[in-house]
Design a binder for this molecule. Structure first.
Ligand code: DUT
Ligand code: MG
Length: 242
């Protein structure tokens, strides 16, 4: 299908109840299907809130968000979960095994699919090193695995789930630069060219993105490719220098 995983924000404004100023202000942008859009900006800029709006954790006070032309406000929870998946900024694991955690998004996934997702997510080695491999127990909250391992399991879980749109909220900043690069190089094939949105802190993570949105205090203050933003955006130049 030509339009698969296209997201459009039109005039979206959102503030938390009781707060004086909105945290997302009149945001309008298009995420093209099959392309990679990156979101960059300082802490508290509103990056996570933007992703959470797509998932309808909150509804905007103004404006509309559509996926493939349908307002997300009119999709059922199941339709939305099929369409969009998120690796949260603070990934969560459930009490069970590594396998049951990876199958959370798609219970019918085969062991081969789990290993393939782990290979892409750069988690194959540490799971192999576990005595029970995929059957290794995981405690609630995932305290038995390190933060970086939890993040990679959460990435693998989303790859197993195969949504139309992949959201990565700061999922690569805990990885060393080489692992980050390997993972992102493997992503396009693993996601089969699905729409990808990456919130990042490091510019090196997003230089290849088809579109970069620069967010400051809830507003989109720059947009374009890396080269375009280097030439046009003071805020982006500042981020590159930092
Ligand atoms: N905010 C709240 N309540 C919440 C979540 C966020 O008031 O439950 C505020 C904090 C901030 C703004 O919303 O002023 C945007 O927060 P967000 O989490 O989207 O910021 P970020 O860009 O994701 O920051 P970071 O890079 O630290 O993750
Ligand atoms: Mg955030």
């Amino acid at each position: 299908t030509p339009e698969r995983g296209r997201i459009e924000f039109s005039g979206v404004t959102f503030g938390f109840p009781g707060a004086e100023t909105p945290v997302v202000k009149d945001a309008s942008f298009v995420v093209e299907p099959g392309k990679t859009t990156a979101i960059i900006g300082s802490t508290g800029a509103g990056k996570t809130v933007l992703l959470n709006l797509m998932l309808r954790l909150y509804d905007p006070q103004q404006g509309t968000i559509t996926i493939d032309g349908a307002p997300v406000s009119q999709l059922t929870r199941e339709q939305l979960a099929d369409a969009i998946g998120l690796v949260p900024q603070r990934p969560y694991l459930f009490a069970g095994t590594i396998a049951s955690n990876l199958r959370f998004g798609r219970s019918g996934a085969t062991e081969e699919e789990l290993w393939e997702a782990l290979r892409v997510a750069q988690g194959e080695d540490f799971v192999k090193a576990k005595e029970l491999g995929l059957d290794e127990p995981v405690s609630q909250g995932g305290t038995s695995v390190s933060g970086g391992q939890r993040q990679r399991l959460s990435i693998a879980r989303l790859l197993v789930a195969r949504p139309k749109v992949y959201l990565f909220d700061d999922s690569f900043s805990a990885l060393d630069v080489a692992t980050d690069a390997r993972l992102r190089a493997a992503l396009p094939e693993a996601t089969q060219g699905a729409t990808t949105i990456i919130v990042a802190q490091r510019v090196s993570t997003i230089t290849e993105a088809d579109q970069i949105l620069v967010i400051e205090a809830g507003e989109i203050v720059g947009r374009g490719t890396h080269d375009e933003l280097l030439a046009s955006s003071d805020v982006y130049q500042e981020i590159v220098r930092s």
